[in-house]
Write a protein that binds this ligand. Structure first.
Ligand code: FES
Length: 368
């Protein structure tokens, strides 16, 4: 008979999980919809996970002999710190996601990067009335935040509107229905793009009228939004046309699913140009302390590009200083960094840089 194991839930006796030191073991796989699965992982070394609801991690996998990586938002809540859950949708050309759906088994181990990202209600001081808006698999950070609110019984008034293609694409519907039925301060609405005989709720794309009807007091609410880029653009258009105070609007600053790194491991991505005049361009050395490699890098070239030019695989996702996936500790040297919110101030103080938007102003040494 199989012996049961009961994990230690006394966090003070456990180490905190740090990515790339302790692999993740898949301990559960659940079908969410016809093309969405949730994968639950625990640390191979029984560490616990500390993160903010809405943050993401990057998995490193070896698929058919090729090293690949993908960034996924964590759908579980940090209030359940012994595991993390990644919920993802099978895609036509989704190499990693499809591999996870087809080949990842309970008991398999994967490597992952430290958890990061700046999209989280817990990093802001939001109003007590909150509106969560998500489209498709953009639901994952909202699930993490909702579970966090519910677990901690946070005294806030939450309305959650989730848009999906059809009723059969609604993720975690039973769970959200349960929260609505058991919590006075939580309301959820679903919007389906396609009308069907089974679907009696709102249909079509989110519109100003629909928003006014579902959430008449939306102007008083802090808004958190995540979904495909067109979805987030539409939400912003609706809010702006309603004179909503955009200082209260927060969105996942990049579309994780269609970000450069999800499709392309190579360096031929369009990185934003760093402005330096011809006369200012200097050549510096970038030393990778763990491998001892020394790479040339011009002061007008991002450190990420200079590393990728050598055929070295390092984590990145948005390539624009937004997501924090390329965060790396700089042990020596100086850089100019065009970060766009992807680095927490505390990490900057600890010496971390975002390699995708950092340009050397001296020789540098990285903890890589
Ligand atoms: S890859 Fe997103 S911040 Fe660098």
């Amino acid at each position: 008979m199989k012996e049961l194991s009961f994990p230690n839930i006394n966090i003070k006796d456990l180490a905190r999980w740090t990515g790339d030191v302790s692999p993740l073991e898949c301990i559960g796989i659940k079908d969410e919809t016809h093309n969405v699965k949730s994968f639950t992982f625990k640390s191979k070394k029984d560490a616990w996970f500390q993160f903010y609801p809405g943050q993401h991690t990057t998995l490193f996998l070896n698929i058919d002999g090729k090293e690949v990586m993908r960034t996924y938002t964590i759908a579980s809540s940090p209030t359940r710190p012994n595991t993390i859950t990644i919920t993802n949708k099978r895609m036509i050309d989704g190499v990693v996601t499809n591999w996870m759906h087809d080949s990842l088994k309970v008991g398999d181990c994967v490597d992952a990067l430290d958890i990061g990202g700046s999209f989280s209600v817990a990093l802001d001081k939001p109003r007590s009335k909150i509106l969560l808006l998500s489209g498709g698999s953009g639901i994952t950070p909202m699930l993490s935040m909702t579970r966090y609110f519910i677990d901690l019984t946070i005294d806030s008034d939450i309305v959650f509107i989730h848009s999906a293609q059809s009723e059969k694409d609604l993720i975690a519907k039973d769970e959200l229905d349960y929260y609505q039925s058991s919590h006075n301060n939580f309301k959820r609405y679903y919007v389906c793009d396609i009308a069907s005989d089974e679907w009696h709720g709102p249909t079509g794309f989110l519109s100003t009228n629909m928003l006014m009807e579902l959430v008449p007091d939306f102007a008083d609410r802090e808004v958190y939004c995540c979904g495909p880029e067109p979805y987030m653009q539409n939400v912003k258009k609706i809010l702006k046309s309603s004179d909503y105070d955009m200082n209260l609007y927060h969105q996942e600053s990049f579309d994780i699913e269609s970000s450069t790194a999800q499709k392309n491991m190579a360096m031929d991505v369009n990185l934003p140009e760093h402005k330096v005049t011809e006369s200012e361009i200097n050549e510096y050395n970038v030393t990778l302390s763990k491998s001892g490699e020394v790479l040339p890098c011009g002061s007008n070239t991002s450190i990420l590009v200079s590393i990728q030019k050598q055929g070295i695989t390092v984590p990145f996702a948005c390539s624009q200083g937004l997501c924090g996936t390329c965060r790396t500790k700089m042990l020596e040297g100086t850089v100019e960094m065009d970060a766009q919110g992807g680095l927490l101030k505390s990490h900057e103080k600890e010496g971390y840089i975002l390699t995708c938007c950092s340009y050397p102003t001296s020789d540098i040494v990285l903890d890589l």
